[in-house]
Design a protein around this ligand. Structure first.
Ligand code: PMP
Ligand code: GLN
Length: 386
């Protein structure tokens, strides 16, 4: 068996959601939103289930969705990819990441990643024969450590992965930070995988900046998007890649033997949604910012030290003032089993799984779920029965 996968644990999101069900816990762990699915989109999907073709569409995705993605990029981010050669539909961003990494990496290539990082990156880099080079961003501000990043480029980085807004830290990269990374990518001729699944989820006047819009970056950026995040339907697993034909052509060769295609009725609904439901996803951030503030206030009241977060679905919180348990995995196990609240240990987002003293909460949940979780956490802190 392949040692990379046989030595790998089950992803923490599956583990914690399973434990949340087992212990009837409030699930603030896995990053999926609650109660936000747009009703018109669901109705449209139901009609598509009756009307749409149900056979294999083109492996590149339906032209309707590729055109809608191109219009979306133009409307929000001001650049116009060619839907015929620069857009490909994937089965979620997860598949887009895997196809991109498998297609771009040659054995031995160095791939620069910024920790804390989304958990699918490292195993796929390694399976592709790549050598991850991890540079850490430190809480609470997650500023870019420029010298180690520059040193990594000097030592021959071929691919860089950037995720803004970031899971789990909620950081939104500034123009200056992106320009620093873009300049290095251009100078050292590296390709950048830009995981922008939370592109519409920025708060507090922060603005998302797509990396491909920076000078010199269009031809070297692989932008990854996800309808799951845009429309709060994470189970649909419809994603896409926008990249120059030279890059996309090779990534498509990997995609053709990973999933080949994505259900056509879902593609039809997402295409319709992108063209008609813009108000939904541009106002989503207002709703989510209110949920973030509600959870942040509640967690602070329960004794957590909550870090600032301006994007994504996530808040990270330091818990060391609350317990003698320094191990974040053990602390999350205790919370889900005894307190009835599921969260994610932040160590899961580091290559070396070093306990961090902080855990991640997803705030994209209903107000009732947030309030009940806070009540349980406060009761636990006060030593009462949960
Ligand atoms: N990238 C990041 C940063 C994520 O948080 C996620 C999880 N939703 C994904 C990619 C995967 O997205 P999808 O569900 O579209 O596969
Ligand atoms: N992206 C989601 C999270 O960070 C999880 C996705 C998954 O479970 N595969 O919680």
């Amino acid at each position: 068996m392949n040692s990379i996968f046989s030595n790998l644990g089950t992803t923490i999101f599956e583990t914690m959601s399973g434990l949340a069900v087992k212990h009837a816990a409030i699930n603030l762990g896995q990053g999926f939103p609650e109660g936000l699915e747009p009703a018109p989109l669901l109705e449209y999907l139901a009609a598509c289930a009756q009307a749409a073709p149900h056979q294999y569409p083109s492996m590149m995705g339906t032209m309707a969705l590729r055109q809608a993605v191109a219009r979306h990029e133009h409307s929000y981010w001001g650049y116009q990819p060619d839907p015929a050669t620069e857009v490909m539909v994937t089965s979620g961003a997860t598949e887009a990441l895997a196809a991109s990494l498998l297609a771009l990496i040659e054995p031995g290539d160095k791939v620069l990643v910024l920790e804390p990082l989304y958990d699918s990156y490292l195993p796929i880099i390694r399976r592709g024969g790549g050598v991850p080079v991890c540079v850490r961003l430190e809480a609470p501000y997650w500023t870019l450590p420029r010298e180690p990043i520059e040193a990594a480029f000097r030592q021959g980085v071929k691919v860089l992965i950037v995720n803004s807004p970031t899971n789990p830290s909620g950081k939104v990269f500034s123009f200056d930070e992106l320009r620093f990374l873009a300049d290095l990518a251009c100078r050292y001729d590296a390709t950048v995988i830009s995981d922008e699944v939370y592109e519409h989820l920025t708060y507090d006047e922060q603005r998302h900046i797509p990396l491909s819009t920076l000078p010199g970056m269009a031809e070297r950026t692989v932008k990854i998007g996800s309808a799951g995040k845009i429309f709060s339907v994470t189970g649909w697993k419809v994603g896409w890649i926008v990249a120059a034909p030279k890059l996309l052509g090779v990534i498509a060769k990997a995609h053709q033997f990973l999933t080949f295609t994505t259900p056509p009725m879902l593609q039809a609904a997402v295409a319709w949604g992108l063209d008609t439901q813009a108000e939904y996803y541009t106002t989503l951030a207002t709703i989510l910012a209110a949920r973030r503030d509600r959870l942040s206030l509640g967690l602070s009241g329960a004794g957590f030290s909550v870090l600032p977060a301006s994007g994504s679905y996530f808040l990270t919180a330091d818990y060391l003032a609350l317990t003698t348990q320094p191990d974040d995995v053990a602390f999350c196990m205790q919370l889900v089993e005894r307190v009835g609240v599921a969260a994610i240990p932040v160590s899961a987002f580091y290559a070396e799984n070093i306990p961090t003293g902080s855990i991640r909460f997803c705030f994209a949940k209903t107000d009732q779920a947030i309030d009940e979780a806070v009540i349980r956490l406060q009761a636990w802190r006060d030593g009462g029965k949960c």
